[in-house]
Write a protein of this length. Structure first.
Length: 122
């Protein structure tokens, strides 16, 4: 999991849940998107079955897009799951409801990543 900003804490919680399910999980705090730490991304893409980007941002044009570019150049194709806000206007009363609607809670992140990995391994 490569997360940025406030999503790092949720990634750590999701990692704990996934490890309880038997997955080995690495969490990377990508503190800057530009410039992107390409060496760290390359190493994660080569060593992990799945790279999950988690950002408090639209999935287009942010961390997930930057990771997709690096991974595509490195491997041609790889497993990448981008989690973030959908490319639509969301209006909810609280920050927490906004995150939940976008699937950005520790449990939803763990559920999506675990499901993706189980499908990929099948």
């Amino acid at each position: 999991m490569i997360a940025t900003g406030n999503m790092v804490a949720l990634a750590l919680e999701a990692a704990t849940e996934l490890e309880a399910q038997g997955f080995s999980v690495r969490v990377i705090d990508m503190h800057t998107v530009k410039p992107l730490d390409v060496d760290v991304v390359n190493r994660a893409a080569q060593e992990c079955d799945l790279v999950v980007s988690i950002e408090e941002h639209s999935i287009g044009g942010g961390l997930g897009s930057a990771l997709a570019e690096v991974i595509a150049e490195l491997l041609g194709a790889s497993a990448l799951l981008r989690l973030g806000f959908p490319d639509e206007y969301l209006h909810f009363a609280s920050y927490e409801s906004y995150l939940a609607r976008a699937g950005l809670t520790a449990q939803l992140i763990a559920d999506k990543a675990g499901s993706h990995l189980r499908d990929w391994r099948a």
